[in-house]
Ligand binder design. Structure first.
Ligand SMILES: NC(=O)c1ccc[n+]([C@@H]2O[C@H](COP(=O)([O-])OP(=O)(O)OC[C@H]3O[C@@H](n4cnc5c(N)ncnc54)[C@H](O)[C@@H]3O)[C@@H](O)[C@H]2O)c1
Length: 363
């Protein structure tokens, strides 16, 4: 067990702000260094948080600042190089989702973490909610019987991110699927205990982003984007080695209920069906369990308690605690890689127009 408070850092201060909150409220780690290429954002936030060590160049920060753990919150294409640099500098890493745009990069990250005996956690913040944890426990307890189908989706009416890099394949690796789909695919795999994936079939579409429609924060008269070359919607069929399958859908934009931002994970089992439905990030009324009792259909409405730290704040607390007490790494790189393998194969399937088979993964 490590006795002292750990030293933490955050690279990239967009969603990195939520990581910073975790470092600032954890009893096991403190925030001592932050980095962002946007000098104004860097100085404003670092001053607000009273963080003394500030960099605009993350490589220099990693070389010059001794840290125990660091969060990588950069555009997707930078995840691998920044993670590798942090691991080589001897730090444990929390990397934002998606782990990396390609399987090759994700494997490199995982291999490096293992070789260097450092922890690599992927920031799947939705696992740190009482409703997703309840649903996972239901599946693992056998209450659903044998799960034979997962249906997962994240669908937005107007939700193409305003930040330029999300729409540029070279920086993002993809659109709605890699941005939103990765969360719900991960949730279903996690709840089901990471069954092997045998084949996937996917389709993607690019209908709104190129026309500068349905972008968050768009104002009348804004000029069109310089480039938008990723999908704004995708569907997938994922066959699992245990005989079950998953239907997946992710959209940044579609014509539907105005302002809808809708996350759904439905697991159907032989004894019951569990549904997680998060509407517009609200925490109320997110769960249903459908089963039968005495031959009649029964609907259970669980009311999980949303108290205390959740999401990013909780995941930073969790990793720091696990480092200090020498416990296994939560949401480790191998689980991050599992989702990237599915995504890469879905994109490939969409490109070539047929199903793609996956080899069993060495982990
Ligand atoms: N888990 C979640 O719910 C969640 C939510 C949002 C974003 N994300 C992920 O977090 C990552 C960042 O997304 P975001 O929404 O914060 O993007 P963003 O564009 O809002 O913020 C990225 C920040 O990184 C800075 N930056 C860019 N290149 C840099 C570099 N080379 N060195 C230092 N700083 C640099 C930018 O100035 C910016 O402040 C992405 O991988 C995204 O998928 C995850």
């Amino acid at each position: 067990m490590v006795e002292t408070v750990l030293r933490g850092g955050v690279i990239g201060l967009g969603i990195g702000k939520s990581h910073a909150k975790g470092y600032r409220t954890s009893p096991d780690v403190e925030l001592v260094a932050v980095c962002d290429t946007n000098e104004e954002r860097l100085q404003t936030l670092a001053a607000e948080w009273d963080v003394p060590v500030r960099y605009t160049d993350y490589k220099r920060m990693l070389e010059e600042t001794p840290l125990d753990m660091v969060s990588i919150c950069l555009p997707n294409a930078l995840h691998a190089e920044a993670t590798l640099a942090a691991l080589k500098a001897g730090m444990h890493v929390v990397c934002e989702k998606p782990m990396a745009p390609t399987v090759a990069e994700a494997r490199q990250m995982l291999d490096a973490a293992r070789r260097l005996n450092r922890r690599l956690m992927i920031a799947y913040n939705f696992r740190y909610r009482p409703d997703t944890q309840w649903m996972k426990n239901m599946v693992q307890s056998g209450a659903l019987g044998t799960v034979f189908q997962a249906q997962v989706s994240w669908r937005r009416e107007t939700g193409i991110p305003g930040s330029g890099w999300f729409g540029e394949k070279g920086l993002s690796g993809g659109g709605a699927l890699i941005d939103l789909g990765v969360h719900v695919i991960d949730l279903a795999l996690w709840m089901m205990g990471f069954p092997d994936v045998t084949t996937v079939s996917g389709d993607t579409r690019m209908l709104f982003g190129q026309r500068n429609l349905k972008t968050w924060g768009r104002h009348p008269g804004d000029r069109a984007r310089d480039s938008f070359d990723v999908e704004d919607g995708a569907v997938g069929f994922i066959r699992l080695a245990n005989g079950a399958h998953m239907l997946a859908q992710a959209t940044w934009a579609e014509h539907t209920q105005p302002q809808q931002d809708d996350i759904r994970v439905e697991l159907q089992g032989t004894e019951g069906t569990a549904v997680l439905h998060i509407r517009n990030y609200r925490n109320d009324d997110t769960l249903r369990f459908y089963t039968e009792m005495q031959g009649e259909p029964v609907t259970v409405i669980p009311s999980p308690r949303f108290g205390g730290p959740q999401g990013h704040e909780a995941l930073i607390h969790d990793l720091a605690r696990c480092i200090k007490h020498d416990l296994p790494t939560p949401t480790d790189g191998a689980q991050g890689l599992a989702a990237i393998r599915v995504l890469e194969a879905l994109y490939e399937s969409a490109r070539v127009g047929h199903e793609i088979a996956l080899e069993p993964e060495r982990v």
